[in-house]
Design a protein. Structure first.
Length: 363
């Protein structure tokens, strides 16, 4: 349950002074579980970890109605590690999102700050990880569906929801004198949702962005750049196209997602292709108490093929609390292939199994 504080205030708008209503909502998620990893650097691993079902986070959502269909809003959101109490990013307190904006019920919203792109916002909720655990995302989360790459210095426009359809565009400034494109990012997206159908498409382009290619695929070089543990690949252009959809048919909700990640530098370009498919089954006959998820992922990159098969079961004790269990089996093939599920250390072979049991509470 979210905790809300309502405050009465006075605001001036074009139509004249009116009494405005303000609210501050405190929200968040705490997720802890126990993992088994069949091969983590060559050994079995048993561990307690957090944020594998939902990212551990807390945040404040602030809204003030100005009248005439206008509202001011702001969001501050910070990630943490519940097993240790540590801040997930010691150099950035509100590392997940921090923005302020204005919305009008006829024209849409305009916001400014540190904001997640449309790949995460419109497509991230449609892939194998919902419901699921972090290892069900695509290899290395290079497509950003798992929300670990908010865009700094961003300006975002989003339309109103018109009969289920929404679209938007955003630009993140590089803030580099004399070079507008250096470090610049932009994102475009559209989505549609009704009671049964959900669709999303998005494109994000980043200039001068890095990617952990060695940690994800164990490649010692890419496009002329030597790579090793801790050395990131530097892409002059890093683009992601993602599209996904789901449809509810009785107790079954099949879903499909595709994402393509293109990395470029002066030597040329390479593309990572990810294909995901699955079905969520309501075992409680429409009551949404017990959800079984079955899914698979097929990814190709530089002669490597990675296949993953996932099983997930959720028991919703309430609208805000769930206990869950999941297992993912990844098989990688190709020259020097090593399996490495997202969020876990790589295997020393082409095979890796990750299993997890946990509890997640949202407030």
């Amino acid at each position: 349950m979210r905790t809300r504080l309502l405050v009465g205030g006075c605001a001036a708008i074009l139509a004249g002074p009116v009494w405005a209503q303000s609210s501050v909502t405190l929200y968040g998620s705490v997720d802890v579980g126990v993992d088994f990893v069949s091969n983590s650097h060559g050994k079995h691993l048993y561990q307690e970890s957090s944020g594998k079902r939902q990212p551990d986070r807390w945040g404040l959502l602030i809204r003030e109605g100005l009248g005439g269909g206008n509202t001011v809003f702001a969001r501050l959101e910070s990630g943490f590690v519940s097993t240790t109490g540590a801040q997930i990013n010691p150099t950035s307190f509100f590392n997940r999102e921090a923005y302020v904006g204005l919305t009008n019920d006829r024209w849409g919203s305009l916001s400014f700050g540190n904001i997640n792109d449309y790949v995460y916002q419109y497509v991230g909720r449609l892939n194998n990880s919902v419901p699921g655990i972090s290892s069900f995302y695509t290899p290395g989360n290079l497509d950003g569906l798992a929300n670990n790459h908010a865009m700094n210095n961003a300006v975002k426009f989003e339309s109103i929801n018109f009969h289920g359809f929404q679209a938007g565009a955003m630009n993140a400034f590089g803030n580099q004198a004399g070079n507008f494109s250096d470090g610049r990012q932009y994102s475009l997206g559209a989505q549609y949702a009704n009671n049964a159908v959900r669709l999303g498409i998005a494109y994000t382009m980043s200039h001068n962005r890095t990617a952990d290619i060695f940690g994800t695929f164990s490649l010692s070089s890419l496009l002329g750049q030597p790579l090793k543990q801790g050395t990131m690949f530097n892409a002059s252009r890093y683009s992601t196209l993602a599209v996904g959809g789901s449809v509810k048919i009785g107790y079954f909700t099949p879903h499909l997602t595709y994402s393509g990640v293109k990395l470029e530098n002066a030597e040329g370009s390479v593309t990572l292709n990810n294909y995901q498919a699955g079905v969520n089954i309501d075992l409680s006959g429409g009551k949404n108490f017990y959800i079984l998820g079955l899914s698979m992922d097929h990814s190709t990159f530089q002669g490597l093929a990675i296949n993953q098969y996932n099983l997930f079961l959720t028991d919703y004790l309430s609208k805000s609390t769930q206990v869950y269990a999941g297992v993912g089996l990844q098989r990688a093939s190709g020259p020097g292939a090593r399996a490495a599920q997202f969020g876990y250390q790589p295997s020393t072979s082409g095979s890796q199994t990750v299993a997890r049991i946990g509890i997640n509470h949202m407030f």
